[in-house]
Design a binder for this molecule. Sequence first.
Ligand code: FNR
Length: 343
Amino acid sequence: PPLEQIVGLSDFDWSARRKMSPQNYTYYRNGAAGEWSYRNDIEVFQRFRLRPRVLVDITKIDSSLPTTILGHNFSAPFFIAPCARGGYAHPDAEINSVKGAACGDILYMASLFSTKTTEEIYAAKANSSQVLLQQVYLTVNISETQELFQKIEKLGFKAIVLTVDSAADGNRHRAKRYGVGSADSSYSYLTWDFYRQLSNMTSLPIIPKGNQTVEDARLAIQNDAKAIYLSNHGGRQLDTTPSSLEVALEIYEEEPDLFKQVEVYADGGIRYGADALKLLALDVRAVGLGRPFMLSNVYGEEGVKKVIDLMKREILIDAANLGVADLKTIGPRYVNWKSVNQW
Ligand code: FNR
């Protein structure tokens, strides 16, 4: 369908399935094993009901959605999560994501396994003030890691996002069925001790991505992480792991102050404005979207921009209907945290 007919983020899945080869689409869509985590990431949001407050003056709602992430200013509390192989959707691959992010004034995190090189991605910055972060996987070779960190810092990326949920390959049945290989490296040797050593190799903050328990959130803080990123890798690594909403809730119940000590990001299954609002209600600073941006790239930069516009609009109208005039005032009382049903 033409881009004008796309009304919501899930429509992009439908159109990408028609435009991409079955193999390439499968690489994007794919979850691990029985895909319970993939589905739960999406379905979890409907199990927690909103608690809208009525007759609230929302005329002063700030439509510019001001957000700071690691001290940098953006115009929305969501960002483009790091995803590999952008070239499967469009020949310009990640360049569309960089440009779309600049146009929508949101954060882009580039994947180490992008189709375009790290240098090409950085060079595509639309203006000198655009902030980009670089995700990394590590190999066993320390000097390779040192060189990689130096390159990232020298180019001008503002932080390193270290994926920590991939000690081994994801067990991806759907991909195997379609003969799609996995690119994710395994590095079981990555420990908190090693994380501290890595911190000495760069002046950039290293943000662990893939926290899934309150214990590991505490350990991240003890090891001086400036931010933590809750994620189960879009359900692509270990099946039946919790969604980031469930992890955020676990942290909120056991260690609510943690959200004041570090910035917390979260991703997985976010497709609607209200999904993002539920995570923000738990004091999550910003949320990441993976597949919607990857799939929208079949329309190129315009597709990426459309995802941003749709999400901004939905966050605004849902916040208004919820009775929240200022997103900074949203808190846990706007959601009923009694889960309606379980899986
Ligand atoms: C990913 N993800 C990912 N994460 C990461 O740290 N490094 C990577 O290279 C990739 N690659 C990747 C490729 C594709 C096609 C997908 C769909 C995902 C995970 C990604 O950053 C994010 O955690 C999830 O995509 C979030 O879930 P949703 O928004 O896709 O449901």
